[in-house]
Every structure is written in structure tokens, then in C-alpha cells.
Design a protein around this ligand. Structure first.
Ligand SMILES: [Zn+2]
Length: 73
């Protein structure tokens, strides 16, 4: 397995969350089930979490600067 960056995996997670929301919304439109609609709405939480994680690992990867001599991890 290739050694990919943490950012790659968090972006993969964003993509999976978007795909999940789209599939659940499509399932709701096909069936009219409000259970599926609420499940799709709940999946938005996963998307927000993945976006926050992407921001965090991107920030952590910044090189050292004057205020953070040992980097941002
Ligand atoms: Zn800094």
C-alpha cells in the first residue's frame, strides 16, 4: 500500500460523505421514505466532520515559522 498523506484520506472522506448524501437523497426521491431523508440529513454531519479534519491536517502540515519553531503538529 502506498504511503499517502493524511490530507489524501480526509479528502477521500469528504468525497465519500458527498456520495453518501447524494445516494441517500436519491433513494428518498425514489421511495418517498422520510427515514431515508432524515438519514441523508444526518450524513451532513459526516461531511462537516470530514471538512474540519481536512482543515486540521492541512494546518498541521504547515512548516515551522517564527511563532511555531517546531511546526504546527
Ligand atoms: Zn505558525
Amino acid at each position: 500500500m502506498k504511503n499517502r498523506s493524511a490530507r489524501f484520506y480526509t479528502l477521500l472522506s469528504v468525497g465519500a460523505a458527498v456520495l453518501t448524501i447524494l445516494l441517500k437523497t436519491e433513494a428518498y426521491l425514489l421511495t418517498g421514505s422520510v427515514g431515508l431523508l432524515s438519514d441523508a440529513a444526518e450524513s451532513v454531519v459526516n461531511l462537516v466532520a470530514a471538512i474540519v479534519a481536512t482543515w486540521a491536517v492541512t494546518f498541521a502540515a504547515k512548516p515551522p515559522d517564527d511563532e511555531h519553531a517546531f511546526g504546527h503538529r
